[in-house]
Design a protein around this ligand. Structure first.
Ligand code: HEC
Ligand code: HEC
Ligand code: HEC
Ligand code: HEC
Ligand code: HEC
Ligand code: HEC
Ligand code: HEC
Ligand code: HEC
Ligand code: HEC
Length: 458
């Protein structure tokens, strides 16, 4: 019957149309959230292949994918929220000049701040932001780590290679990927830290300054002080004087880092932006570039003290690995360094490489070599605080005294008196050196060697 078949097919056709349009609607739902203005932008920017040649010769792709954009965390954000500086009358019709990709990125850098104040403030305090301020052309801005048009939720855990840190710190990334945390992360996901898990994503600080990332390690490995205490005497002291990778990256080279420290302000001395003194002074004090010797180190300390420290500038020693890559070669615990002799032995390799450091204006360490014999000298014992490894120096008697200190608190007053007497001779020697150094300085100044603009010590 014709009349009865027609309604059925009509209904079927209607249903089909209904489902089809529903599917279509779903596909367009996300795009539907997009404002008319944003759609207008995409009508050009997601059509043909669009590029722009910049003055530097670089080619900037101008395509923005509607699909990726509607799947991104910014799907509800209008293009113009970030691109408010475009001239709607001339845009797309009149060509504008852009110097380089970097200039373009720098020009857009403030566009995130309004909506992400907290992250922006954290970032402002980072070593990366300080590097940008100092004119570094390779340090990251927000968009070097987040593509604003495709950004996904940070809760999505991707492969480790997707971390934005990898592209700029490739050698470190490669080392990390093979070490205990990289391997654990690949096998089990987020329980093990990726770069930001130890360094933070935004408030990234120079790694070897301050306490480094030690506190972050302890936040995850809550039991470690107790665990080390079972075999390592005075673990807390060891942890302060030794960076964790020194023992946990067993093949790493090690070095002693003497850090210039302001004992009144209780922080490391930082170079002021624009008035660097450290390099000039170390270059003067070590004109042959053989490493600072005992006397040079001493008069350098004196100069820094005259800047306002008033006898409060010290050197604080710390044992660390000698490169950034080695800090990311942590092995399983069975390979860790346990042998006391590695450090507590005359001529221990770890103590043969010594550097003096100050925090540069961007927070990164500025270093200068120091002759390793300095560690053996009594003169520097006066200024090198909080760093003395039993047996690693030639001062046998002091070794003995330190062992006494460690063995029994009862003997402490006695030991102090003995040390005082011992140091009497040392102090006289020091006084003579002090005089010699002062005379030296005087001579150099009068022959015009030290006429630098930084010469505030006179
Ligand atoms: C959350 C802020 C934000 C939103 C929203 C945004 N953009 Fe961008 N856009 C930027 C930033 C920042 C840059 C510069 C990127 C860089 O540093 O290279 C940029 C760059 C561009 C470029 C130059 C090519 C490129 O990818 O670098 C085009 C074209 C562009 N955006 C178009 C759009 C369109 C069209 C929309 C809306 C669909 C949009 N943008 C939405 C922030 C945004
Ligand atoms: C009529 C097509 C068209 C529309 C609509 C359009 N653009 Fe463009 N856009 C262009 C062309 C063409 C260029 C390259 C201009 C040049 O070479 O100087 C461009 C360049 C850009 C650039 C690169 C920086 C610059 O100043 O050259 C950005 C960012 C951008 N457009 C964003 C947008 C946004 C956001 C919208 C919507 C508010 C939009 N565009 C709408 C055609 C268009
Ligand atoms: C107009 C406001 C606005 C601006 C400007 C803006 N964003 Fe966003 N951003 C948002 C919103 C809204 C979300 C989604 C937040 C959410 O759902 O928690 C978001 C999410 C993000 C996320 C993902 C957060 C997560 O949960 O993982 C990142 C990363 C991000 N934005 C980076 C940027 C960057 C980089 C810029 C500058 C280029 C920028 N945003 C500019 C509004 C903005
Ligand atoms: C050096 C790379 C880097 C830079 C630069 C950077 N971020 Fe991030 N950001 C990350 C990483 C990695 C994450 C992943 C989450 C985490 O581990 O904290 C993230 C997460 C975020 C989130 C989501 C945070 C959350 O807790 O939900 C927002 C929003 C964000 N960044 C915005 C910004 C803004 C705005 C800037 C610029 C001021 C910026 N980021 C600069 C690497 C960076
Ligand atoms: C398990 C914690 C941890 C993880 C994960 C980690 N780091 Fe480190 N990072 C460190 C330690 C520790 C140091 C050395 C600091 C010290 O001397 O005390 C360091 C140092 C650095 C330095 C400074 C190197 C130098 O030359 O002084 C950079 C850059 C760095 N890390 C980047 C990264 C990047 C990129 C990743 C991810 C691929 C990463 N880190 C993952 C702990 C970590
Ligand atoms: C766009 C490139 C870029 C990205 C992305 C980037 N960095 Fe950096 N970072 C630099 C540059 C350049 C320096 C300066 C030191 C250098 O040249 O290695 C630096 C310095 C550092 C330092 C201080 C090094 C020191 O001497 O102590 C640390 C730590 C660091 N980055 C960690 C990270 C982490 C963690 C991430 C990811 C969340 C990251 N970086 C992403 C370019 C980048
Ligand atoms: C003097 C060398 C030394 C230093 C410094 C050191 N470790 Fe260890 N660590 C070891 C040795 C050796 C073991 C293995 C002990 C054993 O045989 O059980 C170990 C074990 C560990 C373990 C495994 C604990 C367990 O029993 O499961 C962790 C985690 C660890 N260390 C983290 C750290 C952290 C974090 C730091 C820095 C704060 C640090 N270590 C500093 C030598 C050291
Ligand atoms: C986000 C948490 C987290 C942080 C931060 C972290 N670790 Fe780990 N670490 C882990 C996890 C998870 C494992 C693998 C499981 C295990 O052995 O405990 C691991 C494994 C280790 C191991 C191997 C232990 C073994 O049993 O063989 C050592 C050594 C270690 N970490 C040292 C460090 C040091 C040093 C730091 C700081 C520079 C650090 N960790 C920072 C989570 C963390
Ligand atoms: C990686 C090098 C290293 C290893 C391995 C090491 N130490 Fe030390 N140790 C040091 C340094 C550096 C100091 C100096 C700490 C300070 O005074 O600042 C120190 C200090 C000490 C002190 C004096 C602590 C105090 O209370 O002032 C004793 C005792 C000691 N170590 C014993 C040991 C014993 C026992 C072992 C082996 C189980 C050992 N150390 C393994 C580097 C090491």
């Amino acid at each position: 019957m014709k009349s009865s078949r027609t309604p059925t097919s009509l209904i079927l056709a209607g249903l089909l149309a209904f489902f089809l349009s529903f599917a279509g609607l779903a596909a367009h739902a996300a795009e539907g959230e997009m404002s008319k203005e944003s759609k207008a932008c995409l009508s050009c920017h997601d059509k043909d292949v669009m590029t722009k040649t910049l003055e530097s010769g670089e080619v900037l792709s101008l395509n923005v994918s509607t699909k990726a954009y509607t799947e991104s965390m910014h799907k509800k954000t209008d293009c113009e929220d970030c691109h408010s500086n475009l001239d709607s009358k001339t845009h797309g019709k009149v060509k504008t000049a852009i110097k380089s990709k970097r200039e373009f990125t720098l020009g857009m850098r403030e566009s995130c701040r309004d909506c992400h104040k907290k992250k922006a403030t954290e970032y402002d305090d980072s070593v990366h932001a300080a590097l940008i301020k100092a004119g570094n052309k390779k340090a990251p801005l927000c968009t070097d780590c987040h593509n604003p048009h495709t950004v996904r939720s940070s809760k999505i855990v991707g492969p480790i290679a997707e971390t934005p840190c990898a592209k700029c710190h490739e050698p470190i990334f490669k080392a990390y990927a093979k070490d205990v945390h990289g391997q654990e992360r690949i096998a089990k996901g987020i329980s093990a830290p990726l770069c930001a898990g130890c360094h933070q994503a935004h408030a990234v600080k120079a790694a070897s300054m301050g306490e480094g990332v030690k506190d972050t390690c302890l936040a995850c490995h809550k039991e470690v002080v107790k665990q080390h205490d079972e075999w390592l005497p005075n673990t807390v002291r060891h942890f302060e004087a030794i960076s964790c990778p020194v023992c946990h990256a067993p093949d790493a080279k090690r070095r002693v880092n003497l850090r210039l420290y302001d004992s009144t302000a209780k922080r490391q001395v930082t170079e002021k932006l624009g008035v660097p003194k450290f390099e000039k002074r170390t270059d003067t004090a070590d004109s042959k570039d053989m490493g600072l010797d005992e006397r040079a180190l001493w008069s350098l300390l004196k100069e820094f003290n005259q800047d306002g420290g008033d006898g409060k500038m010290l050197l604080r020693g710390r044992l660390e690995v000698s490169s950034g890559v080695e800090a990311h070669q942590l092995s399983e615990k069975s390979k860790a360094l346990k042998d006391c002799d590695t450090c507590h032995k005359q001529g221990a390799a770890a103590f043969q490489s010594v550097t003096l450091t100050i925090a540069g204006p961007d927070g990164r360490p500025v270093r200068h070599g120091v002759q390793s014999e300095v560690l053996n000298s009594l003169t520097s014992m006066q200024s090198v605080r909080g760093f003395y490894a039993i047996g690693s120096t030639r001062i046998k008697l002091l070794d003995y005294l330190l062992i006494l200190v460690v063995l029994g608190a009862a003997s402490v007053p006695l030991v102090h008196m003995t040390i005082k007497r011992l140091f009497k001779g040392v102090r006289q020697k020091l006084e003579a050196e002090r005089l010699a150094a002062a005379q030296d300085l005087g001579k150099q100044a009068s022959t015009g060697h030290r006429q630098g603009a930084d010469d505030a010590s006179k």
